[in-house]
Structure formats: C-alpha cells, structure tokens
Design a protein around this ligand. Sequence first.
Ligand code: SF4
Ligand code: SF4
Length: 364
Amino acid sequence: MAKPSTLGEHLAQQGVSRRGFLKFCTATASLMALPPAMIPMVARALEAARRPSVIWLSFQECTGCTESLTRSHNPTVEGLIFNAISLDYHHTLQAAAGEAAEHARETAMKENAGKYLLVVDGAIPMKDGGVYSTIAGVSNYDMLVETARNAAAVVAVGSCAAFGGIPKANPNPTGAVPVTDIVTDKPVINVSGCPPIPTVITGVLAHFLTFGKLPELDAYNRPRMFYGDSIHDRCYRRPFYDQGKFAETFDDEGAREGWCLYKLGCKGPTTYNACATVKWNGGISFPIQSGHGCLGCSEPDFWDAGDFYKALSTPRKPVGDWATLGLAAGAVAGAAAGLSARATRNRARTRREPVTVDDLKEEV
Ligand code: SF4
Ligand code: SF4
C-alpha cells in the first residue's frame, strides 16, 4: 500500500470514516475556539495537510509531560493528532534505541530541513559544560542547538522547557535554563504546565496542522487560545469568591459546600491555563474541582513563588458589599471609574501581562 502523504489519506488508510473525520474536525475547531462556520474550512485544511515531521527531545525532566500526552483515552482528538503527525524521534515512545535512534533524528532533520517541528520537554543544564544531562554523549545544550537550527518552530512543552521549572528552582544546582534562553532566532511557543494538559499540547499541534503556522501568543509565548484567561476567571467556584464564602480548612463546612479555596492558598487568580475549561482526564475534572487549590504550575518560577498553602493576599470585598454600603453618588462614580480602570487594566493584562500577586494586593 502506498505511503499516505496527507492527513486525510492517512486517516482513511487507518479506517477512519468520513463521519469520524468530520467529528474530528468539529472537535479540533472547538479546541481552537473557532466558530462552527469554520468547520468546513478546518476539514479542507486538515484533509490536505501533509503530516509534519516532529522531533521530540527530552532533557532535564521527569517524563510527566509525555505521560500526560499518552494519558489520552482512545479514540480522542489527542490520539488522532498523535497518529496524524510523523513522530520521528521521541526517547520514550520510539522503538529504536542507541545509534539507530540518533540516526532517525539525523535523517528526519535532513529530509525535513526547515519544515519539521521541534518539541522539547525539560530544562537545559548549563553548569559545568552541561554534564548534568547528556544523550548519546551529547549535552542537552549541543543537541538543542543542532536540532533547532533547521526546525520550522520550537514547541517548549511543560514548565521546565518553558520557564526552567523545578530544575531551575532555588538553588538551581545544574544551572538549568528554559529553551528561550538558547533558541532566540526562531519562534518558540511555550505550552507551560507541570505537566501541561494533553489537549492543550495537541491543540497547538492541531493549529499548526490546520493553518501551517503557530497560534497567537501571550507575553510569555503561550498560545492565547488556551492561556488567555486565568483559572480564577473561569473557575466554577468563582461565585463563592465574589460572595466572600471561603473554605478555611480542607475539611470544614465551607470545603464540604464547595466554597472558594483562596484562603487555602489557591493561586488561580494569578495563574493562566485552561484547567477550568478544558479540564483533565478527558474533561472529567481539574484540581480545584477535586478540592485542592491551584498551585500555579503554568506560571514562571511557580516552585519558588511562596507557600502553596498560604493565601496570595486578603481576598477582595464581597461583591454584595457594594449594594449594602449605600455609597454617595460621587463615591459611586469614583468606584465606577475605578472599576472601569481596573477592567481596562484586566483586559490589557489578559492580553499582554498576567496578573501578579502585587496587582491583587492593590485590589484589596
Ligand atoms: S481563588 Fe481559586 S477556588 Fe477560588 S474562585 Fe479563584 S480559582 Fe476558584
Ligand atoms: S489547576 Fe493550577 S496547579 Fe493545577 S494543573 Fe491547573 S494550572 Fe497547574
């Protein structure tokens, strides 16, 4: 049987029906927050898309990002996308080992020069000549520079590759740095999280497949379609936050009632990720739904950012207070102006700068 050259041919050869393919396109369009009217366009683009070569390098990491990706339940968008790319090199998932594996990487680089996607998970140790993590005797730094040279783009998967993550946490014994400290001459997209949501990893690949380019990014090079809102913005416990109803311990009445976890250290207000909307394990739940606050794992330096169980600051006044305060007209106008300024600031922040702990203190 001839080797399929497009994604449409590949899926047809795998026995995926037209109906199944259109379902896949619908899911992909919704993943990318595209309106239903764009589904036929997505179908046409995906059908004709060439399967891109992907080289996946794992550096100073725990394999959690790969575990996350493979924890998808078939048949899913993740599974299909994973089959739809040509994964030419991946330490954990490839069958080849030793020289054959390195040969596969070199061949993929040569045959797809300028067109392959390089995915990296893990930070890069720079101290002592990079001796703390090597593959086939090559330091992570040298392998990254060599493989990135002819890549179309680089996807830094997980907070270690995106921001240095836990390897870079104080006292950073190996001198770990993120991908963006080394690759500066081509697009690097950060898919942060410890680990990232599998659907978010595949959503970025889906976007590349469909449009042949990377999605729009935020100030931290993260795809805005997944990192545009804070966990707090989309959290189903938010009405309790607004009403000033907080769990004080993990087993009090408030915790049992599902109240807000802010006072138990939830970092949702300063964390940008899709956990509250896309969720985990096929959309079943996410940490806050399971009763634990967000740790802020998709933000830079989250491990050193302070106590996971200490509140960020004093929560804002309950929304209801504004109604009961009986403010004078001038004060109301002032408050409205303040709220409008804050809304403008928040909109700008959502676009460019994530909210910081200091911003929250301002709002107390
Ligand atoms: S503080 Fe945390 S639990 Fe409370 S509403 Fe925000 S994200 Fe949800
Ligand atoms: S809820 Fe927060 S800590 Fe948990 S996975 Fe999502 S971003 Fe990371």
